[in-house]
Design a protein around this ligand. Structure first.
Ligand code: 5GP
Length: 196
């Protein structure tokens, strides 16, 4: 079903290592609009410090499949050919909208394309790093992933970059503060357009 109304959805994608996590934390504080971050479901095991229901809904493969069968997902994808599934539950949209807020989805490109099909008026933002070298440097600086995972993420990132032009906005995350205020300005303008 295509929803072409004023539903408030923001989709942010960008390769891991593009500085997304820090940026998202700052954006949620953006004073001009209210954002409620969608908590995705995943079959990936939690990393140290990650909290169920906060970072992700951590599900078993069977639980994930059950929700798929019940059509509870707006979109889902296998990310990074990792074998792990990630998906946005429709209930996360309702949670945001019931608070009169924007549902904020931080999802990969495959998921974003599926959201665009269903909600063509979604505000879609692709976050780029200044250069591929900088991107690789940031990915390695995290020090949490194996070489194999890093290589897979680099390949995925290059493929995703080719789809950046499908997004409504492309923001370069060179200076964090600049990227945050750029996205805040985009959201403010989109909010005003919806209220007009
Ligand atoms: P991580 O495992 O590092 O937390 O996330 C890996 C990737 O999964 C990120 O690039 C993120 O954008 C993507 N991701 C997280 N949640 C979802 C989701 O609900 N749907 C899709 N399609 N991708 C997601």
């Amino acid at each position: 079903m295509v929803h072409s109304g004023p539903e408030r959805i923001v989709v942010l994608s960008g390769p891991s290592g593009s500085g997304k996590t820090t940026l998202v934390r700052k954006l949620v504080e953006c004073a001009d609009v209210t954002l409620v971050k969608s908590v995705s479901a995943t079959t990936r095991p939690p990393r140290p410090g990650e909290i169920h229901g906060d970072d992700y809904w951590f599900l078993t493969a069977a639980e994930f499949r059950e929700k798929l069968n019940k059509n509870e997902f707006l979109e889902h994808a296998e990310v990074f050919s990792s074998g792990f599934l990630y998906g946005t539950l429709r209930s996360e949209l309702d949670r945001a909208w019931s608070r009169n807020a924007w549902a904020f989805l931080e999802i990969d490109v495959q998921g974003a394309l599926k959201v665009m099909q269903q909600y063509p008026n979604a505000v879609t933002i692709f976050l780029k790093t200044p250069s591929p070298e900088e991107f690789e440097r940031r990915l390695r600086a995290r020090g949490t992933e194996s070489e194999e995972v890093i290589q897979r993420r680099l390949t995925t990132a290059l493929r995703e970059l080719q789809l950046a032009n499908r997004y409504k906005y492309v923001v370069v995350n060179d200076q964090l503060e600049t990227a945050v205020s750029e996205i805040c300005a985009i959201l403010k303008a989109e909010e005003m357009a919806r209220n007009a």
